[in-house]
Design a protein around this ligand. Sequence first.
Ligand code: CTP
Length: 399
Amino acid sequence: MLEGKRIVLGITGGIAAYKVATLIRILKKNGAEVKCILTPASSDFISPLTVSTLSDNPAYQIFWNKEDGVWTNHVDLGAWGDLMVIAPLTANTLAKMATGLCDNLLLATYLSAKCPVMVAPAMDLDMYAHDTTDKNLSTLSDQGVKIIPAESGFLASGLEGKGRMAEPETIADHITEFFEKSQSLKGERIFITAGPTYEGIDPVRFIGNHSSGKMGFSIAENTLNRGAEVILVTGPTNCKLEHKDLKRIDVRSAEEMLAAMKEHFSSCTGGIFSAAVSDYRPAKQADQKIKKSDDKMIIELIKNPDILFEAGKSKREDQWLVGFALETQNALDNAKGKLERKNLDLIVVNTLEDEGAGFGYDTNKITLLDKNNNSINFELTSKDKAASNILNYITEHIK
Ligand code: CTP
């Protein structure tokens, strides 16, 4: 199941480190390649010799080995892995990760890792329950790090409660599930729209909106991480995304976005339309900058094409289509109307009534409503997590 998968395993200084020997064995038995990085404190709990023997690789501990003069390149280690797992994760390393401290090889590798990261916290009852720990875990989670929750049971301190590192078998299950998921959209090509549109008034002015593009870019990233090719058509945004399977098309206006849809949607297996397209545009765009004159100025607006509606009209049996609805009242009823009118399989409903949701925020609160009238509500969460919830639903129920 893990054949050929490359796993960077970070080990920090907690008593649960002794269980990592079993984890390495399971991963190796399932065909993974494993490279382990130990923090200085971890070798008090598990010997580097054990780690290197089981992983069949050096036990990476320091940047610079004075004896043989060899420099360990944390960037190479970070780039090598398909997945980085830190188990056990102590409160100390957690706090450093959450704040960007970088005083050992493991932390430098974490900061430069290009691959997804998973952590299995392990600490004593009160440390795990501490508000700071909770806050630090939320920070990592919001940045897309997957947390394997600690389990309840006897702790090394003699206390009993939550704080034990998940068992090696459980961690291995999470790793296997991650790689299964990473293939869940393999072979699909997904068309995604993101960001606002800018509708020109004259060469220097436009009608636009506050969409940052974050939601659409998180969706694109999550889709790529599941093995799909992505065609991302985006309005003006500061968001960045790089991936070998990404084709990014930058547009400004709704008409340009429509042209990109007409050119590319038919070659795709599915579409997710998250762009905040301007419903209207100026009837005429002035060639020169408009000079101020009268006290009042009237700009005539005409309707823009509804890109999602056009995609819905052209949708084939073998394609699926997901739209967004931003509502301020009667959210579910309005969204249902849009789902039907635009021939969608699923609609993602946002309401601006929710604190922290919508334009400009890093968080979002969504409800999913599908064409069979099934709906599911999610709590306020990071846009990355919201994207993951949307993609989970698509892979399980839509595609
Ligand atoms: N959309 C689109 N092209 C447009 C307008 C909207 O592709 N010209 C897409 C959006 O990307 C989103 C969905 O349609 O996925 C819903 O957009 P929204 O503005 O909420 O709905 P409208 O159909 O424009 O309805 P209204 O403005 O009346 O709420």
